[in-house]
Design a protein around this ligand. Sequence first.
Ligand SMILES: [Zn+2]
Length: 269
Amino acid sequence: MISNSYIDAHCHLADPKYSSDLESVLGRSEKAGVGEWILGGIGPKDWEAQKKISKLRAGKIHMAFGLHPWWVASHDEGEVMTAVKRLESELGKAQCLGELGLDFLPQFKDKAQLQKEVFRIQLMLNENFRKPLILHVVHAHGEAITVLKGFRHCQGLVHAFSEGKEVLKQYLDLGFLISVGGAVTRKGYQKLKECLSLIPLDRLVIETDAPDQTPEVAGFSKESRNEPCTLVPIAEAISQIRKDSSPEALLASSSRNLRALLASSSRSR
Ligand SMILES: [Zn+2]
């Protein structure tokens, strides 16, 4: 039965790739049973776009404002600090803070210091706002976890998790939800596939990261734009690996976990 109540834990509906046909994208998503979406924020321009598109499905498109490590790495310090000020005045309007974190891939690593500083500043801001965090961390889990341990308010989700047991345990100990996406549909990702069953059901959430990270599922190819309707085949792939729950049960528990997280946000303001 299609209940139309599943939540995509992470996607970018305000991305320009959807500017000409967002209504049909939302329609296909709803038809597949995915009727709510938690967005990931990039920078000020993206937050503005989120405000506009969130009106298309009031109360169902959950906005996230934050400074993404890629955005931080591609702007100079002055621009970044102006954006931090703006985040402080705008964050109250969003349901979540993020994406924030550290990305130490070679193309972003020369800005590692600035990334760390901005990660810390955003966490500091959130000591007042207490919004759920949407973490983007690549090749920097040790550093990110050290930073997170210095803050009291560490609720949220680790987006596009693709690590193994040791890293998983540390995020679980900190209280985070673990968000798994299209990687499970691809060849490889052995570390992730081996630790999928170790994620307690009340900590596992499912995301598409659409329009990025297109999964290898029917109707989509690596070259095609991803859409939130692929949440269902991603859940099928997780179900096949875990073998303890049907895709529907996984989607239902993921959505329950996300609703609880969002409720903690509205309580806090
Ligand atoms: Zn994202």
